[in-house]
Design a protein around this ligand. Structure first.
Ligand code: ATP
Length: 444
C-alpha cells in the first residue's frame, strides 16, 4: 500500500490518524511540525502527505510547495475552512475538516492516492510516447525516419530555411509543422500554401498581396499569404510549381526581408522563416531553367528527405495500427484491429500514394465496418504471388495509374478519382502533368 506522512502537533489526533491508516494497510510516518517532517527524509519518498493547517513554526500550507509532486491534504478545524480553501488554490489536492469521522478520512486518502497514481501513469505513458516518436504525431522508428527526427530537432530552433523532399503523401506537411512547432516562432503563425493548387494567374497576388487597382478586379488592397506569415513560418508546398515571376519575387523577400505587394511602390519589412517542399528533382528543373538557380541555393540550405512508405520496414505496420486507432476515434467507432493476413498484405503492398493512401484505405474500412477485425478482403489490396510480385496490377505504377485514370475519369470527378487512388487531388493533378494525361471526359 502507500507510504503516508502525517504532520500534526496534537499528539492524540496524530496517533489516532496514524493508527487508522496503518489498519488500512499503509505505512505511516508522523511528525509534529513541518521542520521535523523535513528532517525525516526526502518528501518525494511519500505517496501522500496529510498536514494540519495550523502548526507551530511553518504552517501546513508550506508543505504544498515543499512537497513538489507529492500530493498534500490539509487538515483543518471548521473555524478555518476558508484557509483550507486557500490551501487548495495553492495546490493542495484536498482538505478535510476536523473533527472528521474515520470513513470520511479514509475516503479522502483513497481518492487522493488514486488520482496521484493516475497522474503518474499518464506522465509515464507520455514519456513512453515521447521516446517512441520523438516528434508528436509522426510515427516512425526506421533508420530513415530517425534521421528525419534528428534533422528536425537540429534545424527547428535555428532560423534556417528548410527544404523537405519526398513523394506525395509521405508526410511533408507534418514535418513542416513539426519544424514550426519546435522553433522559437511556435507562437507565431504557420501559413501553409500549396503552390500547385493556386492558378498561375492568381498566384502572385495571393502570395504577395496587392494594392487597390493593381489589376482588373482589385477593388481594395489585400495582404498576401507571405505577409500573413510575418513573425512565423511560411510553408510553401510544391515550391517547384511556382512560375518564374513569382520565384523572382520570393527571392527578393528572402534576400532583403522585404515584401512589395503587386502594384505597390514601396516595400515593407517582413520577418519569415521559409520551409519549402517538393517531390520534384529541383536539380533537374534548374538545369532545364524551369527553376531559378539563385532561389534553389537560397532554399536548399537544410534538406530533410522523407522515405517512401514502402521503404519504411516495420514502420508500415506501426503506422497502419496508429491510423486505424485514429480513424476509429475520429469516426466514433469501437476499437478495431487487423487480422494477421491483412497486416501481412499491408506490409507487402507498394503504396504509391504513401501514408495518405494507407490512411484513406483504413478510413474506408472503418466506415464500412462496425468494429471487430479488419480482414485482407476488406482492405481489397492487390496480393502478391509466391515470387513476391503483385498479381494485380501486373503493370508499372505509372502504367497502372494511367490505366486507372483513363478507365474511370469519364464517371468520376477529380476528387473521387484521387480518393480511389488514395492520393491527394493535388497529387493527381501533378501526376496528370507528369504523365501528360490531360483530363478527357467530364464526370456526370
Ligand atoms: N509518419 C507519419 N505518422 C503519422 N501520420 C502520418 C505520417 N506521415 C503522414 N501522415 C499522415 O498522412 C497524411 C499525408 O501527410 P502530408 O499531407 O503531410 O503529406 P505530404 O507529403 O505533404 O503530401 P502532399 O505532397 O500530397 O501534399 C496526413 O494525414 C498525415 O497526417
Amino acid at each position: 500500500m502507500a507510504e503516508i506522512l502525517i504532520i500534526e502537533d496534537e499528539t492524540v489526533i496524530r496517533e489516532a490518524v496514524m493508527r487508522l491508516l496503518q489498519r488500512d494497510g499503509h505505512t505511516v510516518h508522523g511528525a509534529e511540525s513541518v521542520e521535523e517532517a523535513q528532517q525525516l527524509g526526502p518528501l518525494s519518498d511519500y505517496d501522500l502527505i496529510l498536514a494540519d493547517h495550523r502548526l507551530p513554526g511553518h504552517n501546513g500550507n508550506h508543505m504544498i510547495s515543499a512537497a513538489a509532486s507529492t500530493p498534500v491534504i490539509i487538515m483543518t478545524s471548521y473555524a478555518t475552512v476558508k484557509s483550507a480553501v486557500d490551501a487548495m488554490r495553492q495546490g493542495a489536492v484536498d482538505y478535510i475538516a476536523k473533527p472528521f469521522d474515520n470513513d470520511e478520512l479514509l475516503l479522502t486518502v483513497k481518492r487522493a492516492l488514486r488520482e496521484h497514481t493516475l497522474k503518474r501513469q499518464n506522465a509515464a505513458l507520455r514519456a513512453h510516447l515521447d521516446v517512441e516518436y520523438p516528434v508528436t504525431g509522426i510515427v516512425g522508428e526506421c533508420p530513415a525516419m530517425m534521421n528525419v527526427f534528428d534533422r528536425i530537432a537540429r534545424v527547428a530552433p535555428t532560423d534556417t530555411t528548410v527544404l523537405i523532399l519526398g513523394e506525395s503523401g509521405t508526410g511533408k506537411e507534418l514535418v513542416a509543422r513539426a519544424v514550426h512547432e519546435q522553433s522559437e516562432r511556435a507562437d507565431g503563425p504557420l501559413i501553409a500554401v500549396n503552390c500547385a493548387a493556386i492558378p498561375d494567374s492568381l498566384l502572385e497576388a495571393e502570395l504577395f498581396g496587392h494594392e487597390k487597382g493593381a489589376f482588373t478586379g482589385a477593388h481594395s488592397a489585400r495582404e498576401g499569404l507571405v505577409e500573413a506569415a510575418n513573425g512565423g513560418t511560411l510553408f510553401l508546398d510544391e515550391v517547384a510549381e511556382l512560375p518564374l515571376p513569382a520565384q523572382a519575387r520570393l527571392l527578393r523577400v528572402l534576400q532583403e526581408s522585404e515584401i512589395r505587394r503587386v502594384g505597390a511602390s514601396h516595400s515593407k519589412h517582413i520577418d519569415i522563416r521559409l520551409v519549402a517542399a517538393t517531390h520534384r528533382d529541383l536539380d533537374q528543373l534548374v538545369e532545364a531553367q524551369a527553376f531559378r538557380n539563385d532561389l534553389y541555393f537560397r532554399i536548399n540550405v537544410m534538406e530533410i528527405a522523407l522515405p517512401p512508405l514502402r521503404e519504411r520496414g516495420e514502420d508500415i505496420a506501426a503506422l497502419a495500427k496508429f491510423l486505424l486507432e485514429k480513424a476509429c476515434r475520429r469516426l466514433n467507432r469501437p476499437a478495431m484491429q487487423f487480422t494477421p493476413e491483412a497486416l501481412s498484405l499491408i506490409n507487402q503492398y507498394s503504396w504509391p500514394g504513401n501514408v495518405r493512401e494507407l490512411e484513406n484505405l483504413i478510413e474506408r474500412a472503418v466506415i464500412m465496418l462496425d468494429g471487430g477485425e479488419v480482414t485482407a478482403e476488406q482492405l481489397a489490396l492487390p496480393r502478391r504471388e509466391n515470387n513476391g510480385q503483385q498479381t494485380t496490377p501486373d503493370l508499372s505504377l505509372e502504367a497502372y495509374f494511367c490505366k486507372f485514370v483513363r478507365e474511370n475519369e469519364g464517371g468520376m470527378t477529380e476528387t473521387e478519382l484521387a480518393k480511389q487512388l488514395g492520393i491527394s487531388r493535388k497529387a493527381l493533378w501533378e501526376r496528370r502533368q507528369r504523365f501528360g494525361l490531360q483530363r478527357r471526359g467530364q464526370a456526370g
